[in-house]
Design a binder for this molecule. Sequence first.
Ligand SMILES: NC(=O)C1=CN([C@@H]2O[C@H](COP(=O)(O)OP(=O)(O)OC[C@H]3O[C@@H](n4cnc5c(N)ncnc54)[C@H](O)[C@@H]3O)[C@@H](O)[C@H]2O)C=CC1
Ligand SMILES: O=C(O)[C@@H]1CCC=N1
Length: 274
Amino acid sequence: MNLEKIQNNGLVLLGCGKMGSAMLAGWLEHGVALNAVYVLDPYPSDWLKNLAAKGLNLNTDLPQDPAVCIIAVKPQMMSEALPSLIPMVAGDCLFVSIAAGTSIATYGAVLGGDAKIIRAMPNTPAAIGMGMTALIGNALISAEDMELARDLLSAVGQTVVLEAEAQMDAVTAVSGSGPAYVFHMIETMARAGQEQGLPADLAMQLALATVDGAGALAAQSTETASQLRANVTSPGGTTAAALDVLMDEATGFPAIVSQAIAAASARSKELGKS
Ligand SMILES: NC(=O)C1=CN([C@@H]2O[C@H](COP(=O)(O)OP(=O)(O)OC[C@H]3O[C@@H](n4cnc5c(N)ncnc54)[C@H](O)[C@@H]3O)[C@@H](O)[C@H]2O)C=CC1
Ligand SMILES: O=C(O)[C@@H]1CCC=N1
């Protein structure tokens, strides 16, 4: 990561809850100095207070012209939280928001037409450096600005630049919210294992290790997910019996996952209007 600009001008983090903390931990691991970080959060965690005791700037005055300001508050808090950033627009600050729904135009309306704004959508595996973040910037974003934003988000996982902001609702529905679907899959597999007579802890161990191993295999293999699925499926065997249920177009995963992702995408659009 190119730390020089951040080191010289500072990094502001507005909101440091689950996602803010995951990103901050990644930046600190990648060499961002505590005294270059300015966090604004009315309800700081003990972890954050501990960092403040070691040099991080917590709820202090902000630098005049920080290199970057990351916006990580809930969309519902945006109108209350955003005005505190207006003084920074006069400088060369790059604004990067990770809030679901909130459009670039909404930030422009509050921060003004001169603000350099990138919308990003990370996900919680960022907490272990395995996040997935999609980014899109407004017309004022230079290649250097996008590189800085990608550098910051690369500290917690993979990044991809989108072609259009309109893609952000679907991205939010697939990868932003997606970890929750997988966690629910783990919960339901473990519960079903219990229903088949396994002790709860064994059922959970099996479900967890299976999702972990299958995810890693899918990521590392040169074979497609479809082929990997076929590799598990013996004709007339146990997997085929399960897939008859799960792959049913009307009642299985195709229908239910499609409905779930459409619902998340629609909610992302709604959040953008509120
Ligand atoms: N949790 C997730 O999986 C993901 C969340 N996001 C987005 O990240 C943002 C933050 O989400 P989480 O970290 O999950 O929420 P969170 O509730 O854990 O964190 C929000 C933080 O904002 C702070 N806050 C509240 N009012 C504030 C104000 N006026 N000024 C400064 N800070 C204020 C809260 O004290 C809290 O620490 C949301 O906009 C969400 O859409 C994006 C991708 C994934
Ligand atoms: O549920 C939400 O609205 C946020 C955005 C993506 C994940 N969590």
